[in-house]
Design a protein around this ligand. Structure first.
Ligand code: NAG
Ligand code: NAG
Ligand code: NAG
Ligand code: NAG
Ligand code: NAG
Ligand code: NAG
Ligand code: NAG
Ligand code: NAG
Length: 564
């Protein structure tokens, strides 16, 4: 650890001395301050995240030449704290017959003895999808700068009825009690989503299992599957190859622009995975995030014994504007992921390291928010902020009756946007608001009554997020498992120039939105707490911080650090 700190200081010094800020960018109001982005160009899926010898590695799908998808390469960045990052040279480039049309997504695995390797999809000379292996050239280099593709590539090819265009995104592999490695590959067969299972003794020769680990006739192609254990006590993360009675297994698949997951029990001897509730592909299913969040991947952080989730957050602007601003795509703030106390869903929370960026705090307690009122949160930088608020409701008997036909939360949020007044709610925050509030991104809750229980709806309403035309201004929503009789309704939002990542109910529901205000930018952006219900609500606590900028540095001409 000590050597790492020294190393980062020396390395940053060298990089800075080497002309880091080579980009001459004009005003960029939508570029983020503490979300991970390359200096320019296109980025999509996170790939092969791992923690190796005190260093966090993030690889990602990258076009070195333009702000649109193409020429896909594995870019590579490293960090000592998941906050500040250093961009290194690209790890994998499409220059071999088995990946000449793109080095697509994949995952890292630590082999016995701790050697990291990656499996990734190549688009070959025929544009067929095949699975390839690469390994670090120098295992003593904690930065793993150079990668070597295996001479055995491709290792898995689309044979025996696999459609060559629908065969991609290998997971992190895990090892069963029989010593065999297992890996999943995303697939479409008969028009539906499959997680194909392969086994190998030596990580080179892979045999496809007759049965997939899981499949669903309700969905289309599964991209970027992820499969990992979570501890039932919900306290720590678990390494991918651990399994016992104290774990459940998560299977995630990306389809329909969302990352859906199911929970179930996995028996490694038979590779039987029996799910608690299956994929639904409707508004009631379990998703990591009910907004803009896709092609995610988790990894086990052996240093802090936690599982961390990264996800790709796309632009919601036009391609023309992406090209003009010179970049496209963000990574979410890394989130730690655990099983909830109920065992029925996952909970997510931004990694604690991100709190190092907090500065200039504003806070208040026990404040009444009358029906139809707003309260400005002043004294921080509202366009780059972290805000936590919790609401206390003592008048729940006034909640409107839940209509049994309201089964689709996203539809409900679209119909009942922030200006639609209810009894208890909408209440929440207005991010990226202009002073006159003609621009605002409202993240809010509504409470309904049904039989003997309360139903809490969480929405992120982008319909008034910008006066600019030609943007996607979708409204997102979900029901959230909170009983407001017995607990406060909490919200945390990470606000960063063109993104709001919101965590409701201590991370039981996450909604991420991309917004591009016309006037509510930089110091013209305001933050409010609001209540547009007819009844009062109480803010029991509000804490907001300005966020410092993360140090995300790169160099076009890289030098190797000289440590001694
Ligand atoms: C990038 O890809 C496009 C087609 O996808 C190709 O025409 C172009 O030559 C590529 N650029 C480079 C520099 O490889
Ligand atoms: C491997 O990496 C270590 C640590 O960075 C370095 O000292 C060594 O010279 C490297 N070996 C080669 C062959 O590059
Ligand atoms: C898998 O588990 C399910 C549910 O427990 C069971 O019905 C099924 O027979 C099992 N399949 C195998 C191959 O063990
Ligand atoms: C935030 O500021 C308040 C005073 O306004 C202070 O009481 C509180 O301790 C601060 N909290 C943090 C986490 O800094
Ligand atoms: C808000 O708090 C005050 C003072 O504690 C209390 O009298 C009132 O009933 C609360 N109102 C609501 C809506 O919770
Ligand atoms: C989704 O499907 C399940 C099972 O068929 C059903 O119970 C639920 O109401 C559906 N939700 C929506 C939003 O259609
Ligand atoms: C509250 O509702 C009123 C009436 O629909 C609307 O004019 C106003 O914009 C709403 N306020 C917010 C913050 O949405
Ligand atoms: C807001 O930012 C603009 C442009 O950077 C600057 O000219 C202006 O002084 C700032 N206003 C305030 C109140 O800080």
């Amino acid at each position: 650890m000590e050597t790492s700190s020294v190393l980062v200081i020396v390395f940053c010094f060298l990089l800075l001395g080497n002309g880091v800020q080579s980009l001459s960018m004009e005003h960029q109001p939508y570029r983020t301050g503490f979300h991970f982005q390359p200096p320019r160009n296109w980025m999509n899926d996170p790939n092969g995240p791992m923690y190796y010898k005190g260093v966090y590695h993030l690889f990602y799908q990258y076009n070195p030449y333009a702000a649109v998808w193409g020429n896909i390469t594995w870019a590579h960045s490293i960090s000592y704290d998941l906050v500040d990052w250093i961009h290194l040279e690209n790890a994998l480039s499409p220059d071999d017959p088995f990946d000449i049309n793109g080095c697509w997504s994949g995952s890292a695995t630590f082999l016995t003895g701790g050697k990291p390797v990656v499996l990734y999809t190549g688009s070959d000379t025929m544009k067929h999808q095949v699975q390839n292996l690469a390994e670090p050239k120098n295992l003593s280099d904690p930065l793993l700068r150079e990668w070597v593709k295996s001479s055995h590539n491709p290792l898995m090819t689309p044979v025996d009825g696999i459609e060559p265009e629908f065969f991609r995104d290998p997971t992190t592999a895990w090892q069963g009690p029989d010593g065999l490695w297992r890996v999943l590959v995303g697939n479409r067969m008969d028009g539906h989503g499959w997680a194909l299972l392969y086994r190998s003794r030596d990580f080179i020769t892979w045999t496809r299992s007759k049965e997939p680990l899981h499949s669903s006739t309700r969905t289309g192609m599964w991209e970027c599957p992820d499969f990992y254990p979570v501890s039932v006590d919900g306290k720590e993360g678990v390494d991918t190859s651990s399994f016992d009675d104290s774990t459940k297994h998560v299977l995630k698949a990306s389809f329909n622009d969302c990352d859906h997951y199911v929970l179930g029990n996995y028996t490694p001897v038979t590779d039987n995975y029996s799910v608690d509730t299956d994929f639904l592909e409707n508004g009631s299913d379990l998703r990591y995030d009910y907004g803009n969040f896709y092609a995610s991947k988790t990894f086990f952080d052996g240093g802090k014994k936690r599982r961390i989730l990264w996800g790709w957050i796309q632009e919601a602007d036009s391609t023309t504007n992406d090209i003009e601003k010179g970049w496209s795509g963000l990574q979410s703030v890394p989130r730690s992921i655990l099983l909830s106390k109920t065992g029925k869903q996952l909970v997510q929370w931004p990694v604690e390291e991100i709190e190092k960026l907090r500065t200039g705090n504003v806070s208040f307690e026990n404040k009444k928010l009358e029906g139809g009122s707003v309260l400005e949160v002043s004294g921080i930088t509202p366009s780059q902020a972290d805000v936590e608020v919790s609401f206390d409701l003592s008048n729940l008997e006034e909640a409107e009756l839940m209509d049994p036909s309201w089964i689709d939360p996203q539809l409900l949020c679209r119909q009942k946007t922030a200006p639609v007044r209810g009894n208890i709610g909408p209440f929440g925050i207005l991010a990226f608001a202009s002073k006159d509030m003609t621009e605002q991104t409202a993240i809010f809750f509504r409470v309904f009554r049904s039989d003997d229980k309360h139903v809490v709806l969480m929405c992120s309403d982008q319909s008034r997020s910008s006066l600019r035309e030609g943007l996607k201004k979708e409204t997102y929503g979900t029901f959230i498992d909170i009983d407001p009789l017995h607990e406060k309704i909490s919200l945390r939002s990470l606000i960063d120039h063109s993104i709001v990542e919101s965590f409701g109910g201590d991370g039981r529901a996450c909604i991420t939105a991309r917004v591009y205000p016309k006037s509510a930018i930089d110091n013209q952006s305001y933050l409010y707490a609001f209540n547009n219900g007819t009844f009062d609500v109480n803010i029991s606590n509000l804490n907001a911080w300005s966020m410092k900028k993360a140090q995300i540095v790169s160099s076009t001409k890289r030098r190797k650090p000289h440590l001694d």
